[in-house]
Design a protein around this ligand. Structure first.
Ligand SMILES: [Zn+2]
Length: 411
């Protein structure tokens, strides 16, 4: 059984077909969840699942499953997501779903009897185009709250309820998705690295050792607007200067005391926003990430404390609201040992690496052991039309996943 390999040309053909869906004007793929291209991709995946002789199911959150029943109801699951960012690439998410689908097809074709049930899954809105990332996997694992969904609007301004209705779903059905969940024994996800490390070292496979957790804040320094010509510098409560001071000091703090963690201010809006007026308000996003729970918490406290201190010394007020959080995940040793052992058997070179980006596997870690296999991103880039992979790396990852599924479902 250990020499069973995927039908790689079939997997490549699937990737090419899926890559035709949602092509945009700028040469990329735009397939946000429940957009017309996403609905087309969902129909396409359903057909592939049914053609393979797997059992199709969509849950209340729009997550799509293809099931290969085993002797027991516990499920070993593998997959990722088919949605993309606007003007994204062909491989983020897609490789994880299609490699899992191919693995299940091969096991079914060979009539391999397994103890546990296998499922390929495509989770809804991993990219967070609707209301925060991981909507599908959060709903599946029961980690979504009604407050997050009720009266919320997508980033394109549409009420979530309306978008869900068009897809035959509702807020209640999303909240109910966890109730339909089978017992999940393990979850595996192949993904592109989205960074430069594997390519730089010339290694075809990355076994993820941990996944970063994050805190997203929407924050504001509130000072006082005033005339740019008549207010002396020493009498100002300039919100931009406070933000500039804070951002430099906070970045230095993280680099010095929390090396390896990250802090990013990704969007800034100054108000009133004019040549001749001192900014009275600086709204900004604050993104904090770490591979370690206690380090993340300590950094969060210290960075927020620094913001309050900068505000008070400069005569301003600092407000913040937590808008999203995920916890870091350490991949369990038994899952890593399984993948390492299989790599050795298959003769595949690998290295361990942490994931700085979040993934559905991280959300699934709340209910079962998880593991992730990374393949190199050409030039380390992702979320752009130029996103690329080397196909031979995907072939190795898909074969490794196939072997891991057989092994986990045989126990
Ligand atoms: Zn992804």
């Amino acid at each position: 059984m250990t020499d069973l390999k995927v039908n790689f040309s079939r997997l490549v053909k699937d990737l090419e077909e899926l890559g035709q869906i949602g092509q945009d004007q700028r040469g990329g793929i735009s397939r946000p969840s429940f957009s017309l291209p996403d609905l087309e991709a969902r129909t396409w995946l359903r057909r592939k699942i049914e053609e393979a002789g797997l059992m199709y199911k969509q849950d209340g959150a729009g997550n799509i499953f293809g099931r290969l029943p085993g002797e027991q109801p516990q499920v070993v699951m593998a997959g990722s997501h088919l949605d993309t960012v606007i003007n994204g690439g062909r491989y983020d998410g897609s490789v994880g779903v299609l490699a899992a689908l191919e693995g299940l097809r091969r096991i079914k074709e060979e009539n391999i009897r397994l103890k546990k049930t296998l499922e390929v899954v495509s989770f809804t809105d991993e990219e967070g185009n609707l209301v925060g990332d991981f909507l599908g996997s959060r709903a599946f694992t029961g980690q979504i709250l009604i407050d997050q969904l009720k009266n919320s609007r997508t980033q394109f301004g549409h009420p979530l309820e309306e978008i869900l209705q068009k897809a035959g779903l509702s807020i209640d059905s999303v909240l109910g998705a966890a109730g339909e969940r089978p017992e999940v024994a393990a979850f595996l996800e192949i993904h592109i690295e989205q960074g430069p490390m594997l390519e730089e070292e010339g290694v075809p496979l990355g076994l993820v050792s941990s996944i970063a957790g994050k805190r997203y804040y929407q924050a504001t320094f509130v000072g006082r607007a005033g005339h740019a010509g008549t207010t002396p510098l020493e009498l100002r409560q300039d919100a931009f200067i406070a933000l500039a001071d804070f951002s430099l000091r906070a970045t230095q703090l993280v680099a010095r005391k929390y090396y390896g963690n990250t802090i990013t201010i990704g969007r800034v809006l100054l108000k009133p926003g004019s040549f001749s007026i001192i900014p009275g308000e600086a709204d900004f996003t604050l993104d904090l990430r770490s591979q370690d729970s206690s380090s993340l918490q300590a950094m969060e406290e210290e960075v927020l404390g620094l913001a309050a201190e900068v505000a008070s010394t400069r005569g301003l007020v600092f407000y913040r609201k937590l808008v999203d959080r995920t916890e870091p995940v350490i991949i369990k040793a038994e899952m890593l040992d399984l993948l390492k052992g299989l790599c050795q058997k298959l003769g595949y070179e690998y290295r361990l690496l942490p994931s700085g980006a979040g993934h559905d596997a991280q959300i699934l870690a709340a209910i079962c052991p998880v593991a992730m296999i990374f393949i190199p991103s050409v030039d380390g880039i992702s979320h752009t039309p130029e996103e690329a992979i080397n196909l031979e790396d995907l072939e190795k990852a898909a074969n490794l996943l196939l072997q891991a599924l057989i092994s986990l479902a045989s126990e």
